[in-house]
Design a protein around this ligand. Structure first.
Ligand code: GLU
Length: 310
């Protein structure tokens, strides 16, 4: 099928590790508008690989918060914590291509590496365990994590918000982890498998994940999935330039819901995004009628949140 005639499928992929904050709602609103304004389908998936940090109760509240906001979805795919069999099969596929190797580096070893870091805090892996001999591997008593070899090649995307972005995986990222030593699969693998298997054609999420996209495009290519369209939306910053996050408790949905109607919050976010000339109450459904990516601001947004704190 030609790309233009493929059905449009977007997704919400929240991590149920706490209440949504303004930044999460901002990205979810844009994902919703982009799909609904063009009659597409929306999939919800709970990204709960890290079962220590996430919980079914947070997942329940997340669904309730999205519903309160009017950000509806058409189907929910199984949570990541239930899908290790499927990730196992993809892991085996990559192993069969000779692209995986065990990594015995400890956390402290990795942190002491004087290597440059990516903006998301991960470092460029120097390849310490890449070419260990079988005898060297046998000499470790601990269980290894597993890394994927990356090629000395650029992976590029045309992002609806960020424009062209490219990264040479070998020089700018290094071989990356796909499975932890305790057997838990990493976000990069799970997200590609899940988006691919649920037919996602458009990924809208925060700009903090832009640097993950080339790794994901590489994995899509290896596993035979179509590359979706991407929009990495601006981050909401506090007036002192900090990213709003789950730590800003006064701006999470638990607090905000008790203080205002959803239309006021949606209107405030739409104004911050550049979709409304002035701040006014509006529903997501009304906004969808006029939505266009061209109007969405491209730079990170300094958000004056004082009105929420009173
Ligand atoms: N689960 C991630 C988060 O909540 C989003 C991952 C993605 O959209 O690819 O930040």
């Amino acid at each position: 099928m030609e790309k233009d005639t493929m059905p449009l499928v977007g997704r919400f992929a929240p991590t149920p590790s706490g209440r949504m904050h303004l930044g999460n709602v901002f990205a979810a609103l844009l994902a919703w508008l982009s799909v609904r304004s063009r009659g597409g389908e929306l999939v919800l998936r709970m990204e709960d690989l890290d079962t220590q940090r996430t919980s079914p109760e947070f997942a329940r509240i997340l669904r309730e918060d999205l519903t309160w906001l009017g950000l509806t979805w058409d189907r929910e795919t199984p949570a990541q914590s239930t899908r290790s069999r499927i990730y196992d099969a993809c892991f085996e596929q990559l192993a069969g291509m000779g692209l995986l190797y065990p990594c015995y580096c400890t956390r402290s070893q990795l942190h002491s590496v004087n290597a440059p870091h990516l903006s998301d805090g991960t470092y460029i892996y120097p390849g310490t365990c890449r070419d260990l001999t079988e005898a060297q591997r046998q000499s470790f008593s601990r269980k290894p994590a597993w890394r994927l070899r990356v090629p000395d090649r650029e992976y590029a995307l045309e992002d609806k918000c960020c424009g062209s972005f490219r990264q040479n995986l070998n020089r700018e990222c290094g071989d990356f982890l796909v499975r932890r030593a305790d057997g838990v699969y990493m976000y990069q693998l799970a997200v590609v498998v899940d988006d691919g298997l649920s037919g996602v054609t458009e990924v809208v999420r925060g700009r903090d994940l832009l640097e993950s996209a080339p790794r994901q495009i590489y994995l899509q290519e290896l596993l035979g999935f179509e590359k979706p369209q991407y929009a990495h939306v601006p981050m909401l910053l506090s007036s002192d330039g900090r990213r709003l996050s789950k730590r800003d408790r006064d701006l999470d949905l638990g607090q905000l819901r008790s203080r205002m109607k959803p239309e006021r919050l949606i209107g405030w976010l739409a104004h911050a995004a550049g979709l409304l000339d002035k701040e006014e109450s509006v529903s997501a459904r009304e906004l969808a009628k006029e939505f266009s990516w061209e109007r969405v601001k491209k730079e990170d947004i300094f958000a004056n949140t004082d009105c929420f704190c009173r």
